[in-house]
Design a protein around this ligand. Structure first.
Ligand code: AGP
Length: 619
């Protein structure tokens, strides 16, 4: 969750503060509640930190401008241990001589014991954080060995949990040392200057040449570049890559906020995710998985693990994958899977869906699954992130950087990637399975245009959103693949407009939730295609009648030409006709726009909703 920036540059420029603050500004989207910066200034480290947004830190720096420095670290904190206060903000000092500062992203699981030991030795802590414990340990280690890299190496040996650490010491100007376990850290390689960041956004304004660090590694940066060792002290190499997305991509491109931009990016996100995954004859080609086809053919169970919106993408995928492959497919919240004894073995394929690739709950579930012998395929949107590295294979979505905290284009891209994987597994089974897979791929290639059709006709949705700005509660109903869409619509409204919203399987209504229906209660209903099997469409039309008869205000999302819904709908939002299993790619869009517009109508921060972070990197 936290934003991390480190910089070493030429002494003559002395621009560490400028670079670090620019990096923190670019990382604001990660969500935070305090911020701070530490600069090496002469024979000490100068630290300035404040609770609240960056503006508070900028104000404090303006009041007492620090001297020029070529070496610095910066941090935006999303509180885990201890509230968002000035004292708990990072960086944290270590030792009594004010020569060392440390910043941290993650959770040190054994910090209580370490802290008690230090208190027993007379250390006085100024904060409630786990980070300050590490800072004190690091200062002591440095005093013994006189080298920051070695001191870091010795300290991390005693830590359990997830962490990215950056430290500076006044006795080593021109050096920043970083360590990572289960949390993100990337190196930026400039010309005579070197950067560290929790993701490339921290330094993309300065360099596009990046170095990916592996697990349990320590990196030391100077103006000459980066040197890497493993926690055991053996030398290591980072994986170099060129950052190919344009900083401008993170600009809003004329939209009022990142979320609106990303909603309108969705046709590209789906099209780009489909790109390069079939050969000239339309057969699926997923060499990128580098997984043995025979092994995939032997899979007799699929378990999808994810959190939040990503989990709802998995729920959509379940219906499709089971239909196309006839392989049982379960979907489980990663944080539930992690703490139970699931029936998983070497013939189980676990699919971990994560936009950020850093969600700790999902990462720990991946590790759990692999320990149980399963093969794991990650479906991820962020190159160089941790979950793909910890999985056997990765199928990247190509949604581009998703800056808004609320996930939109990544959701449609995740569904698309799940479809691709399911169709690939069907193709491997051969025969009619393969024929159907090719036919569905043709339908999939038509989806970006259908999504665009929905995006071109949203005025009615925007109007309803503004009209309902004072609403206190909204319900969402759906069946089959429309059920996870109802859950996602409710989540969007909760996280953006802070309104109570609940998604239900429409068939569940009579088993209790219908008691919630009273005069004027707004209810969105996602209606299946009239071409759906098992009379699904008729069942949902009956559900609409039932709630309308009890006074509900029904807002119905239905296919063009579906006239059965009209007598029972206060509002009908039309989507293009699609194959039933692919419908979520179009029915989700009006719900995203509704939540975004209603939040904007309430004057809320659509891109950075309260209490939320873009990537939940703590369990
Ligand atoms: C979605 O709008 C939320 N921001 C949240 O539920 C998110 O989908 C979830 O935390 C999973 O994140 P990930 O895809 O990066 O793993």
């Amino acid at each position: 969750m936290c934003g991390i920036v480190g910089y070493v540059g030429p002494k003559v420029d002395g621009r560490a503060l400028e670079v670090v603050m620019e990096g923190l500004a670019r990382l604001e989207y990660r969500g935070y509640d305090s911020a701070g910066v530490a600069l090496i200034a002469g024979d000490h480290v100068l630290t300035t930190k404040r609770a609240g947004k960056l503006a508070n830190l900028i104000g404090a720096l303006a009041q007492e401008p620090p001297p020029e420095s070529s070496t610095g670290i910066g941090h935006t904190r999303w509180a885990t241990h201890g509230g968002p206060t000035d004292e708990n903000a990072h960086p944290h000092a270590g030792g009594e001589d004010g020569k060392l500062a440390l910043i941290h992203n993650g959770i040190i699981e054994n910090f209580h014991g370490l802290r008690s030991g230090l208190i027993g030795e007379g250390v006085q802590f100024l904060s409630e954080t786990d980070t300050e414990v590490v800072a004190q340990l690091l200062a002591r280690s440095y005093d013994k060995v006189g080298d920051l890299t070695e001191a870091m190496r010795q300290v991390v040996a005693d830590l359990t949990g997830a962490f990215t650490l950056l430290a500076v010491h006044a006795d080593q100007p021109g050096v920043v040392v970083g360590a990572r376990r289960n949390s993100p850290l990337v190196v930026g390689l400039g010309d005579g200057e070197t950067f560290l960041g929790s993701d490339v956004a921290a330094f993309i304004g300065y360099t596009r040449e990046a170095l990916e660090l592996g697990q349990d590694q320590i990196v030391t940066i100077t103006t000459q570049g980066a040197s890497i060792i493993n926690f055991d002290g053996t030398p290591a190499e980072g994986k170099r890559y060129h950052v190919d997305w344009d900083a401008a991509a993170a600009e809003k491109g004329g939209f009022p906020n990142f979320m609106a931009k990303e909603i309108h990016d969705q046709p590209h996100a789906v099209a780009d995710t489909l790109l390069g995954r079939t050969d000239g004859s339309g057969r699926l080609v997923l060499d990128e998985l580098r997984m043995d086809e025979a092994e995939l053919r032997a899979v007799d169970k699929i378990v999808i693990i994810a959190c939040g919106t990503a989990a709802y993408a998995g729920m959509v995928a379940k219906y499709a994958i089971e239909h196309w492959t006839r392989i049982p497919c379960e979907v489980e919240l990663a944080h539930e899977f992690r703490y139970r004894d699931p029936v998983v073995n070497e013939r189980t394929l676990v699919v971990a869906i994560s936009q950020s690739g850093e969600t700790m709950d999902t990462l720990m579930a991946v590790k759990h699954a692999r320990k149980l012998g399963a093969r794991v395929i990650a479906i991820c949107n962020t190159h160089g992130s941790t979950i793909p590295r910890e999985s056997d294979a990765v199928l990247y979505t190509h949604a581009g950087p998703e800056i808004a905290v609320a996930s939109t284009k990544a959701f449609l891209a995740q569904i698309t990637a799940c479809y691709i994987l399911g169709l690939y597994l069907a193709q491997l089974r051969g025969g009619t399975y393969a024929d159907e897979a090719q036919a569905v791929m043709k339908d999939l290639y038509e989806m970006p245009a259908k999504i665009q059709t929905v995006l071109d006709d949203l005025d009615r949705v925007r109007e309803i959103a503004r009209f309902m700005a004072d609403t206190r509660s909204v319900l969402f109903l759906g069946r089959h693949v429309g059920y996870p869409v109802a859950l996602e619509g409710a989540l969007k409204l909760k996280e953006l407009a802070y309104i109570h919203a609940e998604g239900f399987a429409a068939g569940e209504l009579k088993h209790g939730p219908i008691a919630l229906i009273e005069a004027g209660q707004p209810v969105f209903v996602i209606v299946p295609s009239p071409s759906s099997e098992h009379g699904l469409h008729g069942k949902v039309v009956s559900n609409i009648q039932e709630i309308r008869a009890r006074g509900a205000r029904t807002i119905v999302i239905a296919e063009e030409g579906d006239e059965d819904v009209v007598p029972f709908a206060d509002v009908v939002i039309r989507v293009p006709a699609t194959p039933p299993l692919l419908a979520p790619l179009v029915t989700t869009v009006p719900l995203q726009v509704f939540a975004c517009e209603l939040a904007a109508a309430k004057g809320l921060d659509v891109d950075q909703p309260r209490n939320l972070a873009k990537s939940v990197t703590v369990e």
